[in-house]
Structure formats: C-alpha cells, structure tokens
Design a protein around this ligand. Structure first.
Ligand code: C2E
Ligand code: MG
Ligand code: MG
Ligand code: MG
Length: 284
C-alpha cells in the first residue's frame, strides 16, 4: 500500500491499468493457443423462409470454449482477435469448418440450404481472402452458391478497393454476399450498385420495436421495398416475438432469423433441425 495520498493515487491507477493490461495479455496468450487446442466452436443459427416456414440455411457463429471462463461469445474476444490479427487464422478455420459442416449436411439431407459466414475487416485487408474462401470450398466440396459471406457496410467502406476486387472475383464463382446489420453503418447506398451483393440483413435494432415504433416500421418497410426493387434477398435478424414475426410476414419472400425461430446451437442440434424438416412458426 502507498503511504502518501499522491502515492496511493498512482498505485491504484497503476494497479488498475496493470490488471486490465495483464488480463488482456492473458486473453491474448490464450487466444493464440485456442486454435491448436481445438477450443473454437461454431454454433449455427437457423434461418427460415417466413412464407413457408421452411429451413433455408444457417448462420455460423463463432464461440470460444475457454478452459476457465467457459463458452465465450464473440463480444468477449473478437476485438483482441482483430487487433492481434489472429482473426485471419481463426477466420480461415471458420470458413473451412462451416463449409465442411454444410457439405456434410448436404450429404446426409439433400436439399438447398445456405451457410452464412461472417467476415471481419481484417480478413479483407488480408489479400489471401479470395484464396482462403476458394480453398475452403474446394476442400469441402461445398458448391459455391451455398456459401454466403456476411460483411458490414463499415467493413466494405474501410476496404473499398480490396472489397470490390475480392467480392467480384468470388461472386463470379457463385459465392453470395450479404450486408450484415444493414442500416446501422454510416455510408451512402452507392456501394450497393458497385458491389455484387445478393442480400440485405435488416439489423435487429430495427426489428426490436417493429410492432410499437412507427419509425422502425417505416424503415423496415423501406429497406424491404428497396431490396425488392434491387433484386436482393432480405433476411430479418433478431426476431424474438410473434408480433415482430407477424408484421414481417406481411411482406413476401422474407427470410427470418431470431430467438423466436431458433437460437444458435451446436452442430448436432442443428443437424436435428434439418432432419426434422419441420416448418417453423408459420401459423399466425
Ligand atoms: P451478427 O453477425 O449480426 O450475428 C447475429 C448476432 O445476434 C449473434 O450474436 C446472434 O447470436 C444474435 N442473435 C440472433 N438472434 C437473436 C435474437 O433474436 N435476439 C438477440 N438479442 N440476439 C440475437 P453472437 O453470436 O454473439 O455474435 C455477435 C457478432 O459477432 C456477430 O453479429 C458477428 O458480427 C460477430 N461474429 C460471430 N461469428 C463470427 C465469425 O466467425 N467471424 C467474424 N469475423 N465475426 C463473427
Ligand atoms: Mg452476421
Ligand atoms: Mg447482424
Ligand atoms: Mg453484428
């Protein structure tokens, strides 16, 4: 303990900083070893056609089974993974694992389903992204048109030149692209014309108050109208209750994703959903 008042301030300050810094370093060290120790997992959240209730795909969501802290969601470690560049090997693992899983499910239960994979900005700066995606598709045997890569407006804008080149090359092979968290980024809509985009994912902050907030209802309606005119598919994220779902179903051809329809689950549970083949939540 420090003796003087000033000393005590400094010591507390140092201690606080030291704790945060050492905690971060501990996380970083652990994250470096997480892949080789096989601690990364993908959970899969189902996506359903809102008209028919049919399962149309999954979004792969990264989880870290931390030896001491248990199952961690991306919020807890994605920042460190980005800053350290570890997101590049981790993202590569995600691509390979998701593609292999999707192809395995295709063998077990033939039918067309998409596998959506999130990409981060760091992965776009990494020039091998195109090669990574191609390798994941080739090694798994998954048809290109079954893979949907999710990017945010921010990621596209930060890496516009690289994004244009990589996306066009992959899109030519049949890979699909969706804009994640659509409507939350700060960008003009001009990029929608420049880039090969196939779907918009309406951010869940617009879906949340859809039933009670006129503005959100107007925004959702406008996004869907625009997407329809541009020939883009629409995926609504974060559907948690019936009221939201019923409002979204008034539009045709929407794909829904959210806790009401299905939470992200490990591969085995996702496989059961496919096997059941049960339509979800169609009745109003
Ligand atoms: P996202 O891509 O927008 O994914 C949707 C997030 O919303 C997921 O959180 C999902 O679990 C959650 N969610 C789904 N339905 C609902 C709902 O009805 N209500 C609420 N409140 N939340 C819902 P998660 O899994 O924690 O992932 C957070 C973010 O981390 C993702 O947001 C994505 O940006 C990022 N992420 C996840 N996996 C990966 C990955 O493999 N690579 C990269 N680069 N980023 C990833
Ligand atoms: Mg996503
Ligand atoms: Mg999203
Ligand atoms: Mg997000």
């Amino acid at each position: 303990r420090a003796k003087g008042a000033g000393g005590s301030w400094f010591e507390l300050y140092d201690e606080g900083l030291g704790n945060a810094a050492s905690q971060r370093l501990t996380m970083e060290t652990a994250l470096h070893k997480a892949l080789e120790r096989d601690e990364m997992e993908l959970h899969y959240q189902p996506q359903f056609d809102c008209d028919s209730g049919k399962l149309v795909g999954f979004e792969a969501l990264l989880r870290w089974r931390h030896p001491e802290r248990g199952l961690l969601a991306p919020d807890a470690f994605l920042g460190i993974a980005e800053e350290t560049g570890l997101i590049v090997p981790i993202g590569d693992w995600v691509l390979h694992t998701a593609c292999a899983q999707a192809q395995k499910w295709r063998h077990e239960h033939p039918g067309h389903r998409m596998m959506a994979v999130n990409l981060s900005g760091r992965q776009f700066q990494h020039t091998d992204l195109g090669a990574q995606v191609s390798a994941a598709l080739q090694q798994s045997g998954l048809p290109h048109f079954c893979l949907e890569l999710e990017i945010t407006e921010t990621v596209v804008m930060q890496n516009l030149e690289a994004s244009i080149a990589i996306m066009h090359a992959l899109a030519e092979l049949g890979v699909q692209f969706s804009i994640d968290d659509f409507g939350t980024g700060h960008s003009s809509l001009a990029y929608l014309k420049k880039l090969p985009i196939h779907a918009l994912k309406i951010d869940r902050t617009f879906v949340r108050d859809l039933a009670t907030d006129q503005d959100d209802a107007a925004i959702v309606g406008a996004i869907i109208a625009m997407a329809n005119k541009l020939g883009l598919r629409v995926i609504a994220e974060g559907i948690e209750d019936r009221a939201q779902y019923n409002l979204l179903r008034q539009y045709k051809g929407i794909v829904g994703q959210g806790y009401l329809l299905g939470r992200p689950v490990p591969a085995e549970a996702a496989a059961k959903l496919i096997a059941e083949g049960k339509p979800r939540a169609v009745a109003a």
